[in-house]
Write a protein that binds this ligand. Structure first.
Ligand code: HEC
Ligand code: HEC
Length: 277
C-alpha cells in the first residue's frame, strides 16, 4: 500500500467512526421520550397500581417529623375539637370529627386517610379541578355553618400538613377504596312518618328527643347543626352515613329504615346556607 492508500484508509476509518457515533446519538435521542415509561414499568409492579399497595395504615400525628409536627398536631386538634381550635370560623356546635370520626383516621366514616393523593380533583360543585384548601372551605362554610379560613393562615396550613401526613405512603392518584360514602341502592320510597318513629326508638337516646343534641351526641338539625348547603343535608349522604355508621359503633338499621329516618331528619329545620359569607 502506498502513502495515498494509507491516508485514504485512515480517512475512511475516521468517517466510519463518526457515522457510527452519530447513529448511536440519534438512536439515544429517539429512545428518550419513552424512557420515563420504561422507568415506571421497571418500578414496583408497573404503572397500574396494585391493590396491595393501598394499605390502610395511617401514621400517628405525634410521629410526624419534628419540623412539621407542630402543624400536623394543630391540624389534628382542629379536626377533633374545632370548637376550641378554630372557634372563630365555626357557626354551630359541631366538630369535624362528628362526621370524620377520630379526625378522619378511622377507616369507616368519611375517612381522610389518603385525601392528599386524590386532590386536586374534579368536583361538580365547582365544575373545575378543586384542591384540598377549597374542599376544606366547603366543610367550614356548610357542614360547620361557618366561614372560610384564610388559605395562607396557620389553621388551613395545619390542616394541609395533617392530611398529607396521614396519607403517607399511599401512591399518588391511587384508588383509595375507603374514601367517600357508599351510597345506598334501593327502590324504597322514603317515608318520613315511619322515619319519625325510628328516630324516637333508635336515635333519640343519644341525639336527644328533640334532635338538638345531648352531651353524648351532636345535633342532627336545628340552629346548631350543619346548614342546608352541606353534603350531609343530601338524602343520599345522610342515609348512607346512617346505614353504615349509626348508632355509633353498632349500626343496626336496614337500608329502607335508614332512608326513612333520613327523610325525616333532612326535612327538619336547619340553618340556611348563605353564599359569600
Ligand atoms: C355534618 C358532617 C360533616 C362535618 C361536621 C364535616 N364534614 Fe367534611 N365532609 C362531610 C361529607 C358528607 C363529605 C363528603 C360528601 C360530599 O361529597 O360532599 C365531606 C368531605 C370532606 C373532605 C373531602 C374528603 C374526600 O374524600 O374527598 C374534607 C377534606 C373534609 N370534609 C374536611 C372537613 C373539615 C376540615 C371539617 C371541619 C372543619 C369537616 N370536614 C366537617 C361531612 C362533614
Ligand atoms: C349510641 C349513641 C348514638 C345513637 C343511638 C345514634 N348516634 Fe348518631 N352519633 C353519635 C355520636 C357520638 C356522633 C358523633 C361521633 C363522634 O364525634 O365521634 C354521632 C354522629 C351522627 C351524625 C353526624 C353528626 C351530626 O350530628 O350531624 C349523624 C348524621 C348521625 N349521628 C345520625 C344518627 C341517626 C340518624 C341515628 C339513629 C338511626 C343515630 N345517629 C343514632 C351517637 C349516636
Amino acid at each position: 500500500m502506498n502513502s495515498r492508500g494509507i491516508i485514504f484508509s485512515l480517512v475512511l476509518v475516521v468517517v466510519l467512526i463518526l457515522a457510527g457515533a452519530g447513529l448511536l446519538a440519534m438512536l439515544g435521542f429517539m429512545a428518550e421520550p419513552s424512557s420515563p415509561r420504561a422507568i415506571l414499568a421497571g418500578g414496583s409492579g408497573g404503572p397500574s397500581l396494585q391493590a396491595s399497595q393501598v394499605v390502610f395504615d395511617p401514621p400517628r400525628p405525634e410521629d410526624a417529623p419534628t419540623d412539621i409536627r407542630e402543624g400536623v398536631m394543630l391540624g389534628y386538634h382542629i379536626l377533633m375539637d374545632t370548637q376550641t381550635y378554630a372557634k372563630q370560623y365555626v357557626g354551630n356546635k359541631l366538630n369535624c370529627r362528628n362526621c370524620h370520626f377520630n379526625a378522619g383516621r378511622e377507616r369507616n366514616t368519611l375517612s381522610l386517610v389518603g385525601v392528599a393523593v386524590k386532590y386536586p380533583k374534579y368536583r361538580e360543585r365547582q365544575k373545575y379541578v378543586t384542591d384540598l384548601v377549597t374542599r376544606t372551605q366547603g366543610c367550614f362554610k356548610r357542614s360547620m355553618n361557618g366561614k372560610a379560613l384564610p388559605p395562607e393562615g396557620k389553621h388551613m396550613q395545619a390542616l394541609m400538613a395533617y392530611y398529607h401526613w396521614i396519607s403517607k405512603g399511599l401512591p399518588m392518584y391511587a384508588d383509595v377504596p375507603w374514601l367517600g360514602l357508599k351510597k345506598l341502592k334501593s327502590e324504597h320510597k322514603p317515608n318520613p312518618a315511619a322515619g319519625k318513629q325510628i328516630f324516637a326508638q333508635v336515635c333519640a337516646r343519644c341525639h336527644g328527643d328533640d334532635g338538638l343534641g345531648t352531651a353524648i351526641a351532636p345535633p342532627l338539625w336545628g340552629p346548631e347543626s350543619f346548614n342546608d348547603g352541606a353534603g350531609m343535608h343530601k338524602m343520599e349522604n345522610f342515609s348512607a352515613f346512617t346505614h353504615h355508621f349509626m348508632p355509633k359503633n353498632n349500626p343496626t338499621l336496614s337500608v329502607d329504615q335508614a332512608l326513612d329516618v333520613s327523610a325525616y331528619a333532612t326535612s327538619q329545620p336547619r340553618p340556611h346556607f348563605q353564599a359569600g359569607k
